[in-house]
Ligand binder design. Structure first.
Ligand code: FES
Length: 183
C-alpha cells in the first residue's frame, strides 16, 4: 500500500478540514445512517482475536463500504477505545484509503516527472474541465473518480493511466476523453 505523498504529516489546514467534518457529522451515529454495525463488530472481534493491526481492520472496512465512512470510524474508535485521530492518521497516511465515496469507475493518471513531460498534466486538466471535477473527486453522477499518482514504474511508455485496474500506456488527450465518454 502506497504511503501519502512524501510521508508528510498532514498540514494544519488538512487536519482542520477533517476535524470540521467530524463536527458536522457528530450527531450521526453508525446506526442512524444505516451502517451495518454488526459487520463492524465482527471485524473488531476478528481483529482482536487474531491480533491483527488497525490497518487490516480499516482495509476490511474500506473493502466493505468502498471508503471509510466517518460514522464507521467513530464507531470503531468508541468501541475499541482508541482516539479517533489515530484512525484518521492511518487513513490519511495511506493513499489507498478513501474518506469519501468513490465512483463506480476509477481512473488514475500518473503525473510523475516522466509522464508529466509527455503531457500528463494537460490530459488531467482537460478531463477535469470535461468532467467538472478536480483530481481526487468524483463526478456528480457518481460514475467516475479521477485521481493522480506519482510514478507507477512504467515511465518508458508514459503518459500512463489505470482505468478500473487496467493499464493504459502512451495516453493521449483524445484517448483519455474516449475512455471516459465510453463509460
Ligand atoms: S512517471 Fe509515470 S510511470 Fe513513471
Amino acid at each position: 500500500m502506497a504511503g501519502n505523498t512524501g510521508n508528510q504529516p498532514l498540514r494544519r489546514s488538512a487536519w482542520q478540514t477533517l476535524l470540521g467534518r467530524f463536527a458536522r457529522t457528530q450527531g450521526d451515529t453508525a446506526a442512524s445512517v444505516g451502517l451495518d454495525t454488526d459487520f463492524i463488530d465482527r471485524l473488531i472481534i476478528k481483529q482482536q482475536d487474531k491480533g491483527r493491526g488497525l490497518i487490516e481492520l480499516l482495509q476490511d472496512v474500506s473493502e466493505h463500504f468502498g471508503y471509510l465512512p466517518p460514522e464507521a470510524m467513530r464507531y470503531i474508535a468508541e468501541h475499541m477505545k482508541i482516539p479517533l485521530t489515530r484512525l484518521y492518521s492511518i487513513a490519511t497516511f495511506y493513499q489507498d484509503f478513501k474518506l469519501k465515496p468513490q465512483g463506480r469507475h476509477r481512473l488514475v493518471i500518473c503525473t510523475g516527472t516522466a509522464c508529466h513531460v509527455k503531457g500528463a498534466a494537460a490530459i488531467v486538466d482537460l478531463l477535469c474541465r470535461e468532467l467538472n471535477i478536480s483530481p481526487g473527486e468524483t463526478t456528480a453522477d457518481g460514475k467516475l473518480t479521477l485521481s493522480t499518482v506519482n510514478c507507477i514504474g512504467l515511465c518508458g511508455v508514459g503518459p500512463v493511466a489505470i482505468m478500473d485496474g487496467e493499464y493504459q500506456s502512451n495516453l493521449t488527450a483524445d484517448k483519455a476523453l474516449q475512455m471516459v465518454k465510453a463509460l
